[in-house]
Design a protein around this ligand. Structure first.
Ligand code: HEC
Length: 134
């Protein structure tokens, strides 16, 4: 009798304990995978030049050299002029990021400026989508 009772107690106590331990492992694996997934910036289906690419040139400070009539390399990256100037300077080749200066130059240090990984991914995706004035 005593043996049977002990077995029942063990079962009722150990079962929930196992469940707790297993769910703790499951929770732990979740917290470890999340940051890895977040490392790569999400690239949305349609990248818009006007709202996602052009603002980078201002926030990155590109326009401190690339703006107005005296723009470095004649490349004017200020709002409203950036797209036409990039095209006129042949700084973009549709569907060819590696052949596009607007992608390749600032992905490495360029006069103290450099795209973040997220910005580079956006510019690359925009070019791969045809480098449209959208
Ligand atoms: C401190 C000044 C300065 C800043 C800031 C700067 N650039 Fe430049 N950039 C230059 C100069 C000078 C040249 C031309 C000489 C050369 O190619 O190195 C140039 C050239 C370029 C070219 C090649 C243009 C061509 O037709 O040959 C691109 C593209 C470019 N810059 C993009 C950018 C972007 C994007 C940013 C911001 C992330 C930026 N630059 C920030 C000075 C700057």
């Amino acid at each position: 009798m005593a043996l049977i009772k002990k077995n029942t107690v063990m079962k009722t106590l150990l079962k929930p304990l196992f469940a707790i331990v297993i769910s703790l492992f499951a929770l732990q694996s979740c917290t470890y995978t999340t940051p890895v997934e977040e490392e790569l910036p999400p690239v949305e289906d349609d990248i818009l030049f006007s709202t996602q690419i052009e603002p980078i040139f201002t926030s990155q400070g590109c326009t401190s050299c690339h703006a107005g009539s005296g723009a470095s390399a004649g490349l004017d990256l200020s709002a409203g002029s950036a797209y036409s100037s990039i095209v006129a300077n042949q700084a973009v080749v549709a569907e060819d990021p590696e052949g596009s200066l607007i992608y390749t130059r600032p992905t490495v240090n360029h006069y103290g400026k450099q795209y973040t990984a997220a910005e580079a991914a956006l510019v690359e995706a925009w070019i791969n989508q045809g480098a449209q004035n959208n």
